[in-house]
Design a protein around this ligand. Structure first.
Ligand SMILES: [Zn+2]
Length: 165
């Protein structure tokens, strides 16, 4: 769940058992197909590789402090398939419930900017819009790429309408 210099990562890798993570074209781990309630180690590793930490917006808990959560709850028929699993730290996991002030989790739709990631819906007294939001804290690379794209757009010379053919 953290970052280390490349040399240190290679030293750690020499003593480790390698695991292969396979991702689809959208960057989501492929279906690992288990119908047990608890996630298996492959599913946990895939979640750690993609989500890197707690998925509630604004939470900085690293993957080492999280547990696996069923986006559609197990008690409501949710499956232990990789598409239905996400990481949540203890404090955030406890915030998900159907009672007053409870948060909800959903898979972001295919047409959204964050397709397939876990969206968290805050209770109405926090966010009256009811729109799901994702956590960018563990995805600094995506934020950097978006910032650089905006910067490039700003520094690109404006297209002059009169010069078009
Ligand atoms: Zn959290």
């Amino acid at each position: 769940g953290g970052t280390v210099p490349l040399e240190q990562a290679l030293q750690l890798a020499q003593k480790s058992k390698p695991f292969l993570a396979i991702f689809d074209h959208a960057g989501r781990p492929l279906h690992l197909g288990r119908t047990k309630r608890l996630a298996n180690s492959a599913q946990r590793l895939a979640l750690i590789a993609t989500e890197r930490g707690c998925t509630r917006p604004g939470c900085s808990a690293p993957a080492t402090l999280t547990q696996v959560h069923h986006v559609t709850e197990w008690a409501k028929g949710g499956t232990t398939d990789i598409e239905n699993l996400t990481l949540a730290c203890d404090a955030c996991h406890a915030m998900i419930h159907d009672g007053p002030g409870g948060w909800k989790t959903v898979a972001m739709p295919a047409d959204s900017e964050h397709a397939g990631r876990t969206g968290w819906i805050a209770p109405r007294h926090i966010d009256p819009t009811g729109r799901p939001k994702v956590n960018d804290r563990h995805h600094a690379g995506e934020l950097m790429a978006a910032s650089l794209a905006r910067l490039r757009d700003r520094t690109r010379p404006p297209v002059k309408w009169w010069s078009r053919p």
